[in-house]
Design a protein around this ligand. Structure first.
Ligand code: WT7
Length: 634
């Protein structure tokens, strides 16, 4: 691998070079990988269509760089340490050689089921090593994986299967999460009953071994599928710009869209960022607590760490099982050096009390990381003092599903920290702040909407099946810029602080939820006429979901009605999208053109009704007072 940035001076010079000569800079990074055929052109792009091509004409397979390349030097090194949900069970260690064998064997099984290059494979699995194997096996044969977080409902899963026209679904029998045993395969059955005509086969991994129903001719056990298959499988060479995966994410309008990443650029960028942000040293143990169902897991549990030849921990369970000391116990047990988690987990463990972390020395810890949402000062300080014992730098990494990898972040131990600041852009990343008129705001000590001016290797290429939606969502708001949807501040030192979404997206426990999506779900509940959903500050989740609902008549049993709404949202989307507060209202504040004034609803949800701004232009100003009154009982 190319070297690591080792000092702040080096960071600044590498950054300057990446801006002055982006193609030279990224070509140098890319040349440390194995390519079947070198690229012809480093970069070709425009943000108008948009069209971005990195390492065009190059041929490769990302799994050869994750696995084969390491076999000679690290075959016996542990690639994966799997920590099961049940702390009494033994951890499972998988070496690079073994992982190679498992991936090849399953790749052969997929081929035997007729999966070919370019086919979409939907993966709906809990956090077991087979989940990583599933992603890599798809990539090995050039199939496109579409992982759906195993907490989504059957309806959500069906939507995603249909959108991607997946031919195969990979799943597990059950998901062991804390005290629960969740019937995952049953959700797949329910989804397929909703008319997913493209699906030919379901491959079921036996995780807990509890009994379940198999569908004759359609369902195959994982262990049967791999029986007799060889543990080697020549990787399919693909073009740099061939699709590696689709990952669905929520936006401000409509249904979730399938963000598309491609082989070459994604490989180069996830490895570069993993190695530099965490300053990973050979032999260290790294642990990212995310679920592979989200981008953090794709880039920083599966691809980034394996590309860099790291040893990484994968955890099946939840932070509070069997008690809120679990994370610290796992860190001690596996001597974790680098720990990467989300602010919501930090706040939840902080709220559980200091006694869980107090006696834990955790001398192995060297670097702490956070991701997914803005971290508040109190949580930052607690993480720094109680977990890191004031010795460990915290890398507050800002990025998105669409960016593929970490964009604005400190480099561990190199960038001087400021609590709650994501600090400085990675080399190759050219952020800017833009005002409401689309003008770039120059200078420091300013605030605006965060955009990126120049492509980086792992920028999204399209939204699956609907390129126009990609253009509209990310490239049409501001000319020639990628728009992130976030607001940010650049302070006097040029450091970035992410404020939060400026669109109708709520960030609940680090998960992105579109207000429109939740409204659509709520509107399916009995007696709901119309609804409006906004975010509000929540002590643990960062943001909570507040739903205002107009009903078709008076509600006699309010508790029963609210339960019906929650059940409907759980069925349509999943438990993560359940509103925290529900208020039945006589009307919604609307402009004369019929648009809901969300600004007012947000203020009321925040509990700040002192200054609601000008409401005289509303079609129905009288409704505002009634909503204010009713808010107390939400
Ligand atoms: C949105 C992206 C990328 C990993 C997981 C979330 C928010 C992400 C930070 C951070 C403040 C953050 C932004 C962003 N976000 N990281 N360090 N500080 N906000 O991925 O679901 O695509 O959500 O998460 O609002 O736009 P995602």
């Amino acid at each position: 691998m190319t070297g690591q940035i080792k000092s702040l001076d080096e960071y600044h010079s590498e950054y300057a070079r990446s801006v002055a000569d982006p193609e030279g800079f990224w070509a140098e990074q890319a040349s440390s990988f194995e390519w079947r055929k070198p690229w012809k052109q480093v970069l070709k792009w425009n943000f108008r269509e948009p069209k971005v091509n990195w390492f065009g004409g190059g041929r490769l397979n990302i799994t050869e760089n994750c696995l084969d390349r390491h076999l000679a030097t690290r075959g016996k090194q542990t690639a994966l340490i799997w920590e099961p949900n049940d702390p009494k069970r033994k951890a499972r260690k998988i070496t690079y050689k073994q992982l190679y064998g498992l991936v090849c064997q399953f790749a052969n099984a997929l081929k035997a089921q007729g999966v070919k290059k370019g086919d979409r494979v939907c993966i709906y699995m809990p956090m077991t090593p087979e989940l990583s194997v599933a992603l890599l096996a798809c990539a090995r044969i050039g199939a496109i994986h579409s992982v759906v977080f195993a907490g989504f409902s059957a309806v959500s899963l069906a939507d995603r299967i249909k959108d991607a026209k997946a031919s195969v679904v990979l799943t597990s029998d059950y998901n062991s999460r804390g005290p629960k045993n969740i019937p995952v395969k049953q959700v797949v059955d329910e989804a397929l009953a909703l008319g997913c005509d493209s699906v030919r086969h379901v491959i079921v991994h036996q995780n807990t071994g509890d009994p379940l129903q198999m569908v004759e001719g359609r369902d195959i056990w994982w262990h049967e599928a791999v029986k007799g298959k060889r543990k080697s499988c020549k990787a399919t060479a693909v073009d740099s710009e061939d699709m590696l995966f689709i990952l669905y994410t929520s936006g401000s309008t409509g249904k979730p869209k399938g963000v598309v990443h491609t082989h070459g650029g994604y490989m180069v960028y996830t490895e570069y960022t993993f190695r530099n942000v965490f300053q990973y040293q050979d032999g260290e143990v790294y642990w990212c607590t995310a679920d592979i169902g989200w981008i953090t897991g794709h880039s920083y549990i599966v691809y980034g760490p394996l590309l860099a030849g790291a040893t990484s921990v994968m955890f099946e369970g939840i932070p509070t099982f069997p008690d809120p000391g679990r994370f610290w116990a796992v860190i001690q047990r596996h001597k974790v050096n680098i720990f990467y988690t989300a602010p919501t987990a930090i706040r939840a463990l902080m709220a559980a009390g200091d006694q869980w972390v107090k006696g834990r020395r955790m001398p192995s810890l060297r670097v702490l990381g956070t991701v997914g949402e803005p971290i508040n000062e109190e949580a930052w300080q607690w993480y720094h003092e109680r977990v890191g014992k004031k010795r460990c730098p915290i890398v507050d990494t800002w990025w998105q599903t669409e960016t593929g990898g970490i964009m604005i972040t400190p480099l561990a131990g190199i960038t001087p920290l400021k609590p709650c600041f994501a600090t400085l852009p990675m080399p190759g990343i050219q952020p800017c702040l833009v005002d409401a008129n689309g003008h770039e705001i120059e200078g420091n000590d300013v605030e605006g909407m965060l955009c990126i001016k120049y492509p980086w290797p792992s920028i999204l290429r399209t939204t699956y099946g609907d390129h126009e939606r990609c253009r509209q969502t990310y490239f049409a708001t501001f000319k020639d810029k990628y728009f992130t949807g976030d607001g940010a501040r650049r302070d006097a030192d040029g450091y970035y602080r992410i404020i939060g979404r400026v669109d109708d997206v709520i960030n609940v426990s680090g998960h992105r939820i579109g207000t429109a999506e939740v409204e659509d779900a709520i509107n399916k509940a009995p007696r709901v006429v119309e609804s409006a959903v906004v975010g509000y500050p929540h002590d643990i989740k960062g943001q909570g979901i507040y739903a205002y609902i107009i009903t078709s008549g008076p509600i006699a049993d309010m508790a029963a009605f609210k339960k019906e709404v929650l059940d409907t949202v759980t069925k349509e989307i999943g438990a993560i999208a359940k509103p925290d507060k529900i208020q039945v209202v006589p009307g919604l504040p609307k402009t004369r053109s019929g648009k809901i004034m969300r600004r007012i609803l947000r203020k009321i949800a925040e509990g700040d009704t002192s200054n609601l701004g000008d409401t005289t232009t509303l079609l129905n100003p009288e409704v505002v007072d009634e909503i204010k009154q009713g808010a107390k009982s939400a």
